[in-house]
Design a binder for this molecule. Structure first.
Ligand code: ADP
Length: 301
């Protein structure tokens, strides 16, 4: 009876949320939180109402990344109010911590309790999308959020990885976890997939290098191919491999696993800088998640 009562309470809360998307990764540091934030901005730019929930209890990075450090949770008669960045309602476990450096070593039941409380208490209002940034690996928190939200319907999960084998092995585990608990994998994003250079700079470099010995049209042909690729990469072209992806990277693994590949995102110093400065949402005119990846996600339901 007790179990049912909180599940009912969560279901009531979440009833105003149309779509729930979990962002997963096998390892830490692959850019999962960055992707969760950027996906939220991209969806908000498309005029959807978006909520962003960070349940990474041991390493909540959303407050820092979004310049929301020091914010605390406010309570209204409707429940806990998210902190707003533009139109996006953000709720992070970091808002509950006394200090950003606080060391959280909670055990499973306490973490579960907190996640349950978040889901029960936060008043999101009408949302088109709730993007949930989960801790890396198939952890207690991930299992709890799935357990708590499953009844209300989870639309799917997006797995973020880097191209190396060590990260891809963990993605396979994540994909198997999703299959076991009955969550659809909306797709896999390969992040930090090479170094990028703006197309205009690349054009300049190529021109300078090939002027003497190569005919102009060869350069133009190369650029045309790169530009085509660039539409996937949002105006940026990955042209230096950083990590070894000789195994075929995430794209190949997706074919093996039968899950959609959403695209590659290059290492982008500007992105890292804005995150460090807590300006992830303001630093760029363009959104970091490519339009094609987004429509691939949205068109799945
Ligand atoms: P995770 O959530 O997987 O632990 P984060 O999103 O916190 O990873 O990212 C880890 C670090 O890498 C952050 O400093 C972030 O700014 C940086 N980062 C993530 N993706 C990129 C990228 N494509 N280019 C440059 N820096 C990135």
């Amino acid at each position: 009876l007790h179990v049912n009562s909180y599940l009912v309470a969560i279901a009531e809360r979440i009833a105003t949320v149309k779509h729930k998307i979990l962002i997963l990764s096998g390892k830490g540091g692959v850019g999962k939180s960055t992707f969760a934030a950027q996906l939220s901005f991209a969806l908000a730019d498309m005029d959807y109402q978006v909520g962003l929930l960070d349940i990474d209890i041991c390493g909540p990075s959303m407050p820092k990344m979004l310049g929301l450090e020091g914010q605390t949770i406010h309570q209204s008669n409707l429940g806990w109010s998210p902190v707003y960045v533009d139109s996006i309602g953000v709720m992070s476990v970091g808002f509950l911590l006394p200090h950003p450096d606080a060391d959280i070593t909670w055990r499973g039941p306490r973490k579960n309790g907190l996640i349950k409380q978040f889901l029960k208490e936060v008043y999101w209002g009408e949302l088109d999308f709730l993007v949930v940034d989960t801790p890396p690996g198939t952890s207690d928190e991930q299992i709890s959020i799935v357990q708590f939200l499953k009844e209300t319907g989870i639309d799917g999960a997006i797995i973020v990885t880097t191209p190396q084998q060590v990260s891809l092995i963990d993605v396979r585990k994540e994909a198997s976890f999703c299959k076991r608990v009955g969550i659809r994998v909306l797709g896999v994003v390969e992040n930090m997939s090479g170094l990028s250079q703006p197309v205009s700079d690349l054009k300049y470099l190529k021109r300078a290098k090939t002027r003497r010995e190569e005919p102009e049209d060869v350069t133009e042909r190369v650029l045309a191919v790169l530009r085509e690729k660039a539409s996937e990469l949002l105006g940026l072209v990955a042209f230096t491999e950083v990590f070894d992806s000789s195994g075929g990277g995430a794209a190949k693994m997706c074919v093996e696993k039968g899950v959609p590949f959403l695209g590659k995102v290059p290492l982008d110093p500007q992105l890292c800088k804005t995150a460090e400065e807590g300006k992830s949402c303001f630093g760029r005119d363009e959104c970091w998640v490519s339009a094609s990846a987004l429509s691939a996600i949205i068109n799945q339901w």
